[in-house]
Design a binder for this molecule. Sequence first.
Ligand code: PLP
Length: 349
Amino acid sequence: MPDLPPAALRLRLDAGALAANWKTLDVMSGAARAGAAVKADAYGLGAAQVVPVLAEAGCADWFVAHWQEVPEVLRHVPGAGISVLHGPMNHADVGYARATGVRTVLNSLEQVRRWREAGGGACDVMVDTGMNRLGLPMAALGDPLLQGLQIDTCLSHLASADEDVAQNAAQLARFAEVRAQVRARRYSLANSAGIGLGSAYHADVTRPGIALYGGIPRGEFVGRIAQVAHPEAAVIQVRTLQVGDQVGYNATFTADRPIRAGVIAVGYADGYLRTWSGGKGHFLWQGCRLPVLGRVSMDMTIVDLTGADDCGEGDWLQAYYNLPDAARASGLSQYELLTLMGRRFARFT
Ligand SMILES: *Cc1c(COP(=O)(O)O)cnc(C)c1O
């Protein structure tokens, strides 16, 4: 097979910003160490790019959701630092954990039994303190099955740390009970937003995800976290619209003046959703703001090149993708904006 020609769609990962964000979150975690949630292919940015950068910055604790996400992380860091949040559903999962040395998170007494029957060893335990998602219920903590279990990290997860609500303190109080009842080498409660709640929430290890990648989950992070993901698409055709010309599916835009328009190689199949249609989204070229004209289609978006007279076919445009602003403008969450980004992006640092 001949080499593929260069892509017309790419995602630039600012490795310097990523490393700086981790260091900021590690400092904000106080006496605790910051780890990294790298599930969902590092929130869509590409674990293959993200993990080496964070390892170099000093990160040693990695969190994925699925067992299938382990190999990409394991290529770059030791298995003993990787936790698999979904836990072992069967003997195949248990066998895989034992063979790779990655830590399984145990989420139920059934999973504890399954792990012990296979020989046990270092593991993590998730306790539910009020989210009712994964984890042992508080009522199970006295169970004899937990006695003598070799627990590396005992975890719980905050449901509403991005808000100032009573649930945070309630979960913290329950986590104090967990710490009194479950013997573990380390304890871990805070996601990104939880780091912003202050030292009471930090325990021994924090598990930031979204803030590593440029998300701002709470006010404490404003001005301290930098954008990491920069989607860019090439102009694949330039055309001139005359007054009355209509643009895109269902002709939702009609030119009221002559307009130079650029067709660019990104669409909703890439995660640039139709919500950005009709000027809600814009791209940038040499500081010039280029609004979206008409509807975003599957593989293409049309932008207004007014003011970018020198911009032509083959030139790269940057999507405006500052996460908090883009979330407000689109109604999507900062998490969705990142994890949406599709496989056609050539990911590079
Ligand atoms: C996804 C996840 C995190 C990271 O959360 P952010 O809000 O992205 O910082 C931490 N812990 C658990 C258990 C998670 O599932």
